[in-house]
Design a protein around this ligand. Structure first.
Ligand code: NIG
Ligand code: FE
Length: 375
């Protein structure tokens, strides 16, 4: 049993919806079920996903794998805007169903909390539809716990007036607030500027929401400094981040959300992980599950890639996909096994917690509990 204080050999967990006992099996206060050879960890927490989408981008994927550039494809009406077209044609029910199916598959991989962003609606009515579909999934107790994020600035719809679009997205933060816990914006070259995202971030804080931003995926345009300025809970991607940006994140206590699947499919060099680590920035690992840059639903795969491509240790990858991820989502009673915490836990068909990052792509969760109930 893996706890923040270290692993307990021959350990036991006793729980209802919260953890009641954690310690040696011999000292447990009730009769136990023997799991045999297994390791028990907190349920995994995926702190960055775009899991509420429909349609398919297989044609674009083939073009990209053959050397096509992600930003050229986006400029030609592919990418985010093509998923937005599919969202516009889908009903709220369709969106809910696609998300629920995805969350169920994530649960089978040991994931018990999932942050889900909107951001494929683009137009206000479509964004609200996407957020309502996310809220429906979030209301269910038989799925991973869902943390909804309003991704206010993701892409400019074709033909839209830039200033008017940004103004409307900023106003929409207040309307979206009852359906979201966080607000996000994509701050990058060919996306949105620091100025544009600042307005959205301030509106989020004024509405009582947290901020998490996509920054530095293609270029460092000052997004990480904006995260620090706004007291964002996370700065996500960070393939391009200056030393000053890293220092600012460390001072602000903003977590870095590493998305190795996305940088892998885009053929990018890793973020400055060693510098982030040295600065004391918490390293969260997430899937980025989306139909464009991160064609996976597997957080264990992202963890494996964080180890292979970014040089995280298996223990760092597990921390980054459990308690550090939960803290970045303000879910302080999830993501760690401690008496009193929510009983979100996984019994893995594995001999050691380090084995979670192997074998790639195979679900090895034997039992998955959220709030003490098998999901
Ligand atoms: O996190 N960077 C922008 N957003 C997504 C990609 C979304 C898409 O291509 O559909 C990302 O990589
Ligand atoms: Fe993303």
């Amino acid at each position: 049993v893996v706890t923040p204080g270290g692993a307990i050999e021959d350990g036991a967990v006793v729980f209802d919806d919260r953890i009641l006992y954690l310690g040696p099996a011999a000292g447990a206060p009730s009769r136990l079920e023997d799991c045999g050879e297994a390791v028990i960890t907190a349920g995994l927490v995926d702190a960055h996903t775009h899991a509420c989408w429909v349609g398919s981008r297989h044609a674009e994927y083939a073009v990209r794998m053959a050397g096509g550039d992600y930003r050229d494809i986006a400029a030609a009406g592919g990418g985010i805007v093509s998923t937005a077209r599919a969202i516009a044609q889908a009903s709220e029910d369709d969106l809910e169903q696609a998300l629920v199916a995805r969350l169920q598959r994530m649960a089978r991989m040991g994931v018990t909390t999932v942050e889900v962003k909107s951001g494929y609606g683009l137009e206000p009515a479509q964004e609200m539809k996407q957020l309502r579909a996310i809220a429906r999934a979030a209301a269910r107790s038989d799925l991973p716990h869902v943390v909804p994020t309003f991704l206010a600035l993701h892409a400019l719809p074709k033909g839209a007036d830039r200033a008017a679009f940004v103004k409307r997205a900023t106003e929409l933060v207040t309307e979206a607030a009852p359906l979201a816990r966080f607000v996000d914006a994509y701050v990058d070259e060919n996306a949105f500027t620091v100025e544009e995202a600042r307005g959205v971030g301030r509106a989020a804080l004024a509405a009582g929401l947290g901020v998490r931003l996509h920054v530095g995926q293609f270029a460092d345009v000052g997004g990480a400094e904006l995260c620090a300025e706004l007291g964002a809970r996370s700065a996500d991607h960070l393939e391009h981040a200056s030393d000053a940006a890293i220092a600012a994140l460390a001072r602000a206590g903003t977590a870095a959300v590493l998305l190795p699947v996305a940088s892998f499919t885009l053929g990018q060099a890793p973020p400055p992980v060693q510098k982030l680590r040295d600065a004391g920035v918490p390293l969260v690992v997430a899937s980025d599950a989306n139909p464009g840059t991160a064609p996976t639903e597997s957080l264990p795969l992202a963890m494996a890639m964080a180890v292979r491509l970014y040089g995280l240790s298996p223990a760092e990858a597990l921390d980054g996909a459990t308690h550090l991820a939960a803290r970045s989502l303000d879910c302080v009673d999830r993501g760690h096994l401690e008496v009193g915490a929510r009983a979100d836990l996984v019994v893995w068909d594995l001999p050691h917690e380090q084995a979670l990052v192997q074998p790639w792509g195979t679900p090895r969760a034997r039992h998955v509990f959220r709030d003490g109930v098998a999901i």
